[in-house]
Design a protein around this ligand. Structure first.
Ligand code: ZN
Length: 496
């Protein structure tokens, strides 16, 4: 066929199902392959091999995906094991292929080892040779990795939850419930229900506190109500039947909040409304403003990339601001007003900027940690250690069993032994140190994404600044335009 039609593209298809993050995997293996075959037919491509990994997670590093490994090998070799050339790859979605930065790098390297290949997935035809595609893929990987970890964490929470179900979680009965912590204490429950309605309608927590005090309510520990305790009662998801551990709702495998076995006082909708109301009011009041504590992640790191009339770039540090109330997002970054030395022409919505650049930085830091682990030179003295151990054995043998010329006396044995022992001890210590270093470098890579969310704003800013000098923000033009990530250009620090 190739002889008859030299332009014919021979492609391979990769399919995978797993139960890692996505609970409802709509695409069975057969569905995936059927979809790809249909698409191949439309392009006039010939499918020459199907690679399939069943029930394997692409985000779990302990799992070896045999067919993925085979695919990478075949791509590098340029042909399938049967000898068909590989002119392209198809997948229903790129996250079938890779969800870890290492896999992505290996795949891309093998793919681009040969010229002119095609790649197709749900996003259509894509040019994997294009400049910038490497980092784009890395961002996708970092984002899906963060998502997977979030789900794993939630799953862990819900396991823990199952374990503690039936036992008493709170030492005290919660306000609103009876001593069994399941049935309602009607007067208290009614007071809560009313308070929720009133707060959503505009009442302040102080008013509710005063009212509860006047009505003679006391906390379940027997103390008079205060502002903070009333606020805690109203913010507790237990009110609507939800569970919460460490500030996060406990969710089941389908990502739905786990419903407790007690009677709820209000509906989930009411609870979300009251918490949103309280949190919103909390913004901007309360804590005193610290002098140099930054409120937004990229204040001063973003620099204005607007080209001025004289052809120079503005380059002013951008400031973080609270977004206007009618917008969907909370904060934004902008170039300062002209009276303050800026050009006031660049504006970026905060949520998307934070999310995108954060993902880039995590990917970059992981890549650096990975290459650090990779670049650690081999220890290379295994042979020496083995030889030393062998000579000690030989020395012992000759001392104990040696005859004739081979035999050695006590004096020779004990004179030679300490030097060999010392050598073995030194080599073993060296080896242990090397293995520890290697393990540390490998775990550093894992740690970055996993611990990112637990870090404070200033810790995150330190890490960001260790990875990049600045992010140039190019203005997106007039009017409401879709957020364009290519207008944010990180200026990375070189790895040293
Ligand atoms: Zn500017």
């Amino acid at each position: 066929m190739l002889a008859a039609n030299p332009d014919l593209k021979c492609v391979v298809c990769y399919a995978r199902i797993s139960f890692d993050g996505r609970m409802k995997d709509a695409h069975g293996i057969e569905d995936q392959h059927r979809e790809m075959t249909d698409n191949a037919r439309q392009f006039g491509w010939l499918v020459v091999r199907r690679y399939t990994d069943n029930d394997k997670s692409a985000s779990d590093e302990r799992i070896v995906r045999d067919d993925f490994e085979q695919l990478v090998k075949d791509l590098a070799a340029g042909q399938t094991p049967e000898g068909y050339p590989i002119h392209g790859v198809m997948a229903v979605n790129d996250d079938r292929l890779y969800r870890r930065p290492g896999d992505w790098e290996r795949y891309l390297k093998a793919f681009t080892a040969h010229e002119g290949r095609v790649y197709h997935d749900s996003n259509g035809l894509q040019d994997l040779y294009a400049e910038g595609f490497e980092i784009k893929g890395l961002v996708g990987v970092a984002m899906s990795l963060a998502e997977t970890r979030k789900k794993q964490r939630r799953a862990r929470n819900s396991h823990r939850n199952r374990a503690i179900r039936g036992q008493s979680v709170a030492a005290w009965r919660p306000f609103g419930w009876d001593d069994d912590k399941v049935s309602l204490r009607l007067d208290e429950a009614e007071a809560i229900r009313q308070a929720v309605k009133d707060v959503v309608a505009g009442a302040s927590i102080s008013e509710i506190t005063r009212r509860w005090k006047e009505a003679g309510f006391i906390t379940s520990r027997g103390n008079p109500f205060q502002y903070q305790t009333v606020k805690q009662v109203l913010l507790n998801p237990r009110l609507c039947g939800y569970r919460q551990i460490k500030g996060e709702l406990v969710r089941d495998g389908d990502d739905q909040p786990v419903i407790g076995e007690w009677e709820p006082i209000i509906t989930p909708k009411e609870w979300f409304a009251v918490t949103a109301t309280i949190r919103e009011r909390g913004q901007g009041t309360g804590l005193p403003r610290g002098g140099l504590v930054h409120k937004y992640l990229f204040t001063g790191i973003l620099r204005c990339g607007n080209v001025l009339e004289d052809g120079t770039v503005c380059n002013n540090k951008m400031i973080g601001i609270k977004a206007n109330d009618w917008l969907k997002y909370r904060h934004a970054y902008m170039c300062k007003k002209t009276v303050d030395g800026g050009c006031n022409r660049t504006y970026k919505r905060g949520d998307k900027t934070d999310k995108y650049v954060e993902a880039l930085v995590i990917a970059k830091l992981e890549q650096q940690a990975a290459s650090k682990a990779r670049d650690l030179p081999e220890w290379g003295k295994e042979d020496q250690l083995e030889r030393a151990i062998r000579s000690r054995k030989e020395l012992e043998r000759r001392w104990q069993e040696g005859e004739g010329d081979e035999a050695i006396d006590d004096e020779t044995f004990f004179r030679n032994l300490p030097a060999i022992e010392e050598r073995i001890k030194r080599l073993r210590a060296e080896q242990a140190e090397y293995l520890a270093k290697k393990a540390a470098a490998e775990s550093a890579e894992e740690d970055i994404a996993a611990s990112w969310e637990t870090r404070t704003l200033s810790q995150k800013r330190e890490l960001i600044k260790s990875a990049l000098h600045a992010v140039i923000a190019v203005p997106g033009g007039k009017g409401q335009k879709a957020f364009d990530v290519t207008l944010l250009r990180p200026v990375w620090r070189s790895s040293e």
